[in-house]
Ligand binder design. Structure first.
Ligand code: CTP
Length: 390
């Protein structure tokens, strides 16, 4: 995701500084070259050695520590960075940037950089709601600085409220989005994910094997590329993707209702959900005894959401998934025609619950293209490229 990208990571003095270590790890894992810059106060909270070990790069601290007049020894100049992230950002650094003050290495670099800057504030809740801090953030947003968070919750100072550093995954996702080409800004994409649950009684349900990873990866990728994304998900336990409108549903019926609510406004629908094909005719409010259940539970088919959408397709692009064990391509071709899909992403059960997938994309004219094994993140990009090309 960050292959070949240079990120200057500014860390300022707050208790959340330790979370910037995890951010460093994620950025490096994502392929970024990370150059940490710490303020002197940040050093009181976390050792530079921790950052240099994770970043595999030296940490810069003082403006006059460098031999070559304020230029970071290893980042030749601030304009070399593709992105500057400040996480955590104290009220102090936000105020300094907003006021044009450059009195230490980090504030000097921020003032000098032409690169995009992402700021993740973390501070006491009363500081965050202080009108001076609010005004500073507003001023910086006006200049194009991007903010992520803060989040609400327990604060290290003992207070509860808004001021926690945004989850590092959210900072990471926002950074990826800032460096991604925005080629899907005209799209409003409705994505479904995960398996639905059809309740038999309070302790039993029918479902499909599905981790939801494919749909979530698609939602993250589409948002990064500038699309407006609605993600409707069955129960998965996965973290909500950053930036999307997220709706959790349980049954096929609920997924149908929720999907139809957003269908009208959508330009594209990707049905990655493993919608249960059956549900019990009756769902019981009390636990059914097993002997009775084995004898009496009757099943009926659920509503086919994608087929319903196909009937009302209009100018929308409709993409389906097909999980098959036999005659994968033929079955996918049939589904594409019957449900009026632009293309079907067909796969076998091996990709269920896996972070990778091998698929065949079958379009409405029956043309099949094999896509080799790749991560669901990479596959998402390929699927979105195809949607863009439609
Ligand atoms: N789908 C749907 N509503 C359902 C069942 C499936 O919208 N009740 C969607 C899935 O999200 C997927 C596509 O239809 O995008 C194909 O689903 P699949 O289960 O492979 O096929 P079915 O049409 O249900 O047919 P079968 O189970 O007989 O293969």
């Amino acid at each position: 995701m960050f292959k070949g990208k240079k990120i200057l990571l500014g860390v300022t003095g707050g208790i959340a500084a330790y979370k910037a270590l995890e951010l460093t790890r994620l950025l490096v894992k994502g392929g970024a070259e990370v150059w940490p810059v710490m303020t002197r106060a940040a050093k009181e909270f976390v050792s530079p050695l921790s950052f240099s070990t994770l970043a595999k790069n030296p940490v810069s601290v003082g403006l006059f520590d460098q031999p070559n007049e304020g230029r970071i020894r290893h980042v030749e100049a601030p304009e070399d960075a593709d992105l500057v992230i400040i996480a955590p950002a104290t009220a102090n650094i936000i105020g300094k940037i907003a006021g044009g003050i450059a009195d230490d290495l980090l504030s000097t670099l921020v003032m000098a950089t032409p690169s995009p800057v992402l700021i993740a504030p973390a501070m006491n809740c009363n500081m965050y709601i202080n009108p001076i801090v609010k005004k500073n953030i507003h001023t910086l947003e006006g200049y194009g600085y991007r903010f992520v968070g803060p989040a609400e919750g327990d604060l290290a100072c003992g207070y509860e409220g808004i001021g926690r550093l945004a989850p590092v995954e959210e900072i990471f996702d926002t950074a990826v989005a800032m460096l991604s080409p925005k080629d899907l800004t005209d799209e409003k994409i409705l994505i479904t994910a995960g398996g639905t649950r059809e309740v038999i009684d309070p302790v039993r349900f029918i479902t499909n094997a599905s981790s939801g990873r494919m749909g979530y990866a698609l939602a993250r990728a589409a948002w990064r590329r500038g699309a407006e994304v609605v993600l409707i998900s069955g129960p998965t336990g996965l973290a909500r993707p950053t930036g999307v409108t997220f709706k959790e549903v349980v049954s096929a019926e609920e997924m149908y209702e929720k999907s139809m609510e957003y269908f009208q406004q959508s330009t594209t629908v990707i049905m990655a959900a493993a919608v249960s094909d059956f549900k019990p005719e009756t769902s019981h409010s009390k636990k059914v005894k097993k002997v009775k259940a084995a004898r009496e539970i009757k099943l009926e088919t659920t509503i086919d959401i994608l087929r319903e959408m196909g009937e009302r397709k209009g100018g929308r692009k409709l993409i389906g998934f097909a999980l098959e064990t036999d005659d994968i391509i033929d079955n996918a071709r049939k589904k594409a025609v019957e449900k009026k899909l632009d293309f079907v992403v067909a796969n076998g059960p091996a990709s269920l619950s896996s972070p990778t997938s091998t698929v065949t994309i079958v379009d409405k004219d029956g043309l099949a293209v094999d896509i080799p094994l790749m991560s669901k993140d990479e596959l998402s990009e390929q699927i979105l490229d195809r949607i863009k090309a439609l």
